[in-house]
Write a protein that binds this ligand. Structure first.
Ligand code: 76R
Length: 256
């Protein structure tokens, strides 16, 4: 075992980060970037993503709308070290990380009775879902204020509320894919909510209807929303790049 100051003795092997995996499911890292003031090296971004994909990560890329950020990258993978390497590689491209969220895929304790194939989708989702390019992400927690304390409710009552919640959610089958990831003890809120909709208004209708359901109306608190358009990374990067609009309002698909 080399001493702390024996850096010169360290072989490349010793400097390779060791894997760190959840006992079940995947790590989910949402990264929100602002474009660099200078030119964006799109090839460097593509290679950073490719390294993670080669290490069995899934990458969802999003052209965000609004002032909070430009590019959204959602990386899902078993090994937190690979997610960290992706973050490092993206930092090296000059992209400016302005917000992030770390969570884990999970099966809710109220969904233990769902069929095995549905459980598998919850823990190992295949993203992005086909045909659902309207994207939003927001973190949320269950309220712990005065008499509205989710964590002081009996399990049976929480389960009743979550069954009600699931019933509202199922009204959006075909319009919305929800990816609920747990982050208690890992990030600032208790869950990350990532929604994929067919149309932008599917996102709005789903979240609006949920607001009336007691589980949300009484017990949910929400963080900031990040909203945008899902596409292949090369297309997203082309859409975000200033040089792609000069004299060319229509960005050809597949341009890097
Ligand atoms: O896994 C399942 O499909 C079983 C039913 C179900 C559970 C257990 C379900 C269904 N959800 C569950 C758990 Mn959900 N969900 C949210 C939000 O904006 C808001 O008000 C809340 C954000 C949306 C929009 C949404 C959509 N859900 C959870 C949990 C974990 C709670 C816990 O473990 O304590 C959270 C935080 C949460 C939040 N939910 C659905 C949806 C939709 C669209 C469905 C139906 C999915 C389908 O049947 O395909």
């Amino acid at each position: 075992m080399p001493g702390l100051n024996d850096a010169s003795d360290k072989s490349d092997d010793v400097l390779t980060p060791r894997p760190l995996r959840p006992s079940e499911g995947w790590g989910v890292l949402h990264l929100f970037y602002r474009l660099p003031r200078s030119h964006l090296d799109r090839d460097a971004v593509l290679s950073a993503a490719q390294i993670a994909i080669d290490a069995h990560c899934q990458i969802v890329s999003v052209a965000l709308l609004g002032h909070k950020a430009d590019l959204g990258i959602v990386a899902l993978g078993e090994d937190w070290s690979v997610l960290r390497t992706l973050q490092t590689a993206l930092a090296a491209t000059g992209l400016d990380l302005v917000s992030s969220y770390l969570s884990l895929t999970e099966i809710s304790e109220y969904a233990q009775g769902i069929p095995p194939e549905m459980k598998k989708i919850r823990v190992y989702p295949e993203l992005p879902p086909d045909g659902k390019r309207a994207f939003c992400f927001y973190p949320m927690s269950k309220r712990r204020v005065g008499t509205d304390n989710w964590y002081l409710l009996e399990f049976e009552e929480r389960k009743r509320l979550m069954i009600g919640h699931g019933n509202v959610g199922r009204l959006f089958q075909g319009r919305i894919v929800q990816v609920i990831t747990g982050s208690t003890g890992i990030d600032d809120w208790e869950w990350g909510v990532t929604l994929f909709g067919v149309h932008p208004d599917d996102l709005k209708d789903c979240v609006y209807q949920m607001r009336f359901d007691e589980a949300s109306a009484r017990y949910a608190e929400f963080g900031p929303f990040y909203t945008g358009i899902v596409d292949d990374l090369d297309i997203v990067l082309a859409q975000l790049s200033r040089d792609s609009i000069a004299g060319n309002s229509k960005v050809p698909r597949g341009t890097t």
